[in-house]
Write a protein that binds this ligand. Structure first.
Ligand SMILES: [Zn+2]
Ligand SMILES: [Zn+2]
Length: 249
């Protein structure tokens, strides 16, 4: 997998695809699980909305071909199609502005924690990096849809990866599940290596230390260290494997 393929929603597919009897498929975007989100629509077909706000948070909605609209060649949920049109029009007039923020508390938490962890995670990946491997630091906050048929819940992710010529060698992810909106998980690959509740969510608003005060700083530091320590513990066992040279090309 090349870097460009692994970053962002670049995996464009064509709708349907299985039945030859269907009319010419419309290019709709990335196929996702869980069915169309449009109220009342029961189509099992779902394609992700291409909207991404100025902070890198992606829209979590998906729609079937009937409940998406294409703006400048990209598929959007019906809510964001109009935003995308305004953005496109503004860009044409030379008054471009950044895509407005999505209002989602869990995604915003993942964004905040991802920023707090960024330097520590990148530093670790750089240390683990073998020859011909490079760090992928994808700023996007992505929604993992749950299969609604199975009644699961979704989660929000921010990931970093070490990639080599044959694909991802290791991926580190910060994740918050919708079912546990205060619990931050740290994953290496698919393994949860640490879990912690951010200190600013422990207490009520009136008992929180002042932002930037020594107590606030030390609580935040301890929280981020707990997550990074999970990665370190996990990698002590994996390091030899990661650094070993791959098979000769
Ligand atoms: Zn639909
Ligand atoms: Zn959308």
């Amino acid at each position: 997998m090349s870097e460009s393929q692994s970053q962002g929603r670049t995996r464009w597919r064509v709708g349907g695809g299985r039945s030859k009897a269907r009319p010419a498929p419309v290019e709709t975007g990335q196929v996702v699980a869980g069915g169309c989100d449009h109220p009342g629509c029961e189509s099992p077909e779902a394609f992700g909305c291409a909207y991404r706000d100025r902070r890198g948070i992606e829209c979590h909605r998906a729609g079937c071909a009937a409940h998406l609209r294409r703006v400048e060649g990209r598929p959007y949920c019906l809510r964001h199609a109009s935003v995308a049109e305004v953005l496109a029009l503004a860009a044409q007039r030379g008054t471009a502005f950044m895509p407005p923020d999505l209002d989602n508390r869990i995604a915003t938490l993942v964004l905040t924690v991802g920023r707090g962890l960024d330097a520590g995670v990148v530093e670790r990946l750089e240390r683990m990096r073998g020859t011909h491997q490079h760090v992928i630091n994808d700023q996007a906050i992505r929604y993992n849809r749950a299969d609604r048929v199975r009644g699961g819940q979704g989660s929000w992710d921010r990931s970093w990866a070490l990639a080599g010529s044959t694909g991802h060698v290791v991926r580190i992810t910060v994740r918050v599940e919708e079912s546990h909106p205060e619990e931050v998980q740290m994953l290496v690959g698919r393994t949860v290596v640490a879990m912690a509740v951010p200190p600013w969510m422990h207490r009520g608003a009136d008992s929180r230390p002042a932002p930037g005060s020594p107590q606030d700083v030390s609580e935040r530091t301890a929280f981020y260290e707990a997550l990074l320590n999970g990665v370190d513990r996990h990698h002590q066992g994996l390091r030899a494997e990661i650094l070993s040279p791959g098979p000769p090309a």
